[in-house]
Design a protein around this ligand. Structure first.
Ligand code: KG4
Ligand code: ZN
Length: 336
């Protein structure tokens, strides 16, 4: 089977084709709108919708041309149905459904967070169910007992800000620009991570939940104390913040592994592309098998949607209503 995947949940337009025969992504295209939103300090939904509208069809054409397959050879179209921004989701969904209708092939709406999780199964070596999953993105921070395909028990989540959101907000405080994660990571390399003793939120609690809003506020108050901030002070704050996030993720994930008895850990979402956090998790959990997607497949992409869609396509009956779900907790998703 050849499945075209379309990702438009936020500010990346991603398109890819997954081929079940070769078990690989045969072609993919990714366009990031980040520079368009940078001057506003975050994603502007209406601008995002317009840009997806402009870029999506040319990217689909490029992806199909590069694959060497014809449109008629596709077996189905997968698209992100949620969670995400309403307008951008509608553009992906309506394009996928229009293609499905004209090609007389099925379409399938994919859960974005499940796609972040499943893309790890394409790596070599790949994890096998059941495994613990830490999903850290711009909108989510989840610890999940992934029991089998489509059966996910959420055992911990953020009570306020997601990790990526905290990175973005701290970058805003430090005036580093958007998206904040990569900027904080780059600046941290020049800073002293022990310079500021920021809180490790909820690490003394006996559960697997997170809270990052207090950490962000602690950064804000330190920043406010400084009259004229120097570049090296900024780097120290960034590095100390990143260290606090890494410590917190490590502590909670270790506890969750001990509690569930699971031996494999899968990590995904945009923040998983942070090399420092990856290293801290690997060294801190050296007795476990840890799986990450490649750096490019941590942030939003079409490959994860095509791959996730390939698991469900056969079960789908075509329905041309635009059934997107901008708010779609993974806890309400159960295919098992
Ligand atoms: O998964 P993703 O691309 O989109 C969502 O599903 O939200 O994640 C985007 C988030 C943003 O908040 C971005 O700042 C963060 O991931 N991010 C990073 C890094 N690269 C992206 N955070 C920390 N370090 C990075 N290198
Ligand atoms: Zn994402």
């Amino acid at each position: 089977m050849k499945i075209l995947g379309i990702e438009t949940s936020c500010d990346e337009t991603g398109v890819a084709i997954f081929d079940t025969e070769s078990n690989s992504i045969v072609s993919e295209q990714l366009y990031s709108q980040a520079s368009k939103h940078a001057k506003y300090g975050g994603v502007v939904p209406e601008l995002a919708s317009r840009d997806h509208l402009k870029k999506l069809i040319p990217l689909i054409n490029l992806t199909i041309n590069e694959s060497g397959f014809s449109l008629q050879e596709l077996d189905g179209i997968a698209y992100t149905a949620g969670p995400g921004l309403r307008g951008p989701l509608l553009i992906g969904a309506s394009t996928a459904k229009a293609m499905a209708l004209s090609l007389n092939k099925p379409s399938i709406g994919v859960h974005h967070m499940e796609a972040h999780l499943l893309i790890n199964l394409l790596e070599n070596p790949a994890p096998s169910f059941p495994f613990l999953t830490l999903l850290i993105s711009g909108g989510h921070c989840l610890l999940i007992n992934a029991k089998s395909l489509g059966v996910y028990e959420i055992i911990g989540q953020t009570l306020d800000d997601a990790v990526g959101e905290a990175f973005d907000k701290v970058a805003k405080i430090l005036d580093l620009g958007y998206p904040g994660g990569p900027k904080i990571e780059a600046l941290s390399n020049q800073g002293n991570s022990l310079a500021y003793d920021f809180p490790r939120p909820m690490t003394n609690k006996d559960n697997f939940d997170f809270s990052f809003s207090g950490l962000k506020t602690a950064v804000y108050y330190e920043y406010k104390k400084i009259d004229q901030i120097s570049e090296s002070q900024k780097a120290d704050i960034a590095a100390s913040f990143q260290e606090a996030v890494a410590d917190t993720l490590l502590s909670k994930t270790r506890k969750a592994l001990e509690n569930t008895g699971l031996t494999e850990l899968v990590i995904g979402g945009g923040v998983a592309s942070n090399k420092y956090i990856r290293d801290r998790l690997v060294t801190g959990l050296s007795n476990k098998n840890i799986f990450f997607p490649t750096i490019e497949r941590c942030t939003d992409n079409g490959a994860m949607i095509a791959y996730a869609g390939s698991h469900y396509l056969k079960e789908v009956e075509e329905d041309f209503s635009l059934n997107i779900r901008p708010r779609w907790p993974l806890s309400e998703f159960n295919n098992g």
